[in-house]
Write a protein that binds this ligand. Structure first.
Ligand SMILES: [Fe+2]
Length: 250
């Protein structure tokens, strides 16, 4: 049995064209998306199970409150004795439901690579330097207006082994618990104008441009702090037709 050949850019372009042609207008990524090799392993293969008592599921699920999050958890630049290297940024926005109402008191967690594109993780062996002053994980609770805010370092792009010369655009991973099981969201936020967008099978798995655009933050000069940091705004919609798209894997 021969080893499957990893996809190259032509395969990615062909698969994107096939998906867009066969599912016009669809923004839901295919579960098996060939250009993103590990997507095949990262979704259910069994029929969905109907939950007979949804309320019981909600009651037994995890909940988080103010006592679980410390005042410094939202600032990824202050978790070590020294300051991390890189471009200091603020990322803020509102978490909204399908009707545009703020979702207050919700746990928002993020994780990301450092400025060199390296994760502080034992399985990341990308030959870029670790930063002893940057772990790359943070969390906060949304306020009464549904607003979250993080201070961090702009992550660098990094290579991965999906196909030849594969690089991920700079991104921050987000996890939100929402107010119900159906609002659970794990996704990625991207930075505007990244030249790697067309080459990224994960972003391109979302075949509709407006849905892809909802994953990209906006640079907001009013959020930039003089002599200190640059500001990005990114709102997150947990459900409904304008929902922020959920990732299928990494
Ligand atoms: Fe990542």
């Amino acid at each position: 049995m021969s080893t499957p050949r990893p996809p190259v850019q032509a395969d990615i372009d062909a698969e994107i064209a096939r998906l867009q042609g066969s599912r016009p207008g669809a923004s839901h990524p295919a579960r098996d998306y060939a250009p993103y090799r590990s997507s095949v392993l990262r979704h259910p293969t069994q029929p969905l199970v109907t939950v007979k008592d949804p309320d019981a599921v909600e009651l037994s699920g995890p909940v988080f409150g103010v006592t679980d999050v410390t005042a410094l958890d939202h600032d990824l630049t202050r978790q070590h004795p020294g300051e991390p290297l890189g471009e200091r940024i603020t990322v803020t926005g509102r978490v909204l439901d399908a009707d545009g109402r703020p979702v207050a008191g919700q746990l928002v967690e993020i994780w990301q690579a450092n400025a060199s594109g390296r994760y502080a993780h034992q399985r990341d062996d990308h030959p870029a330097p670790l930063d002893p002053n940057f772990t790359g994980a943070g969390r906060c609770l949304t306020d009464a207006d549904g607003r979250y805010a993080f201070t961090t370092i702009k992550p660098g792009p990094y290579p991965w082994r999906n196909h030849t010369n594969a690089w991920r655009p700079a991104h921050i991973h987000f996890s939100l618990f929402g107010q119900a099981f159906t609002q659970r969201l794990v996704t990625q936020m991207y930075f505007p104008g990244d030249p790697l967008f067309p080459y990224d099978p994960i972003l391109q798995a979302v075949t509709e441009q407006p849905a892809r655009d909802r994953l990209v933050a906006t640079y907001d000069h009013d959020l930039s702090v003089p002599e200190w940091s640059l500001g990005y705004r990114w709102d997150i919609v947990l459900d409904g037709p304008a929902a922020t798209w959920m990732e299928e894997g990494r």
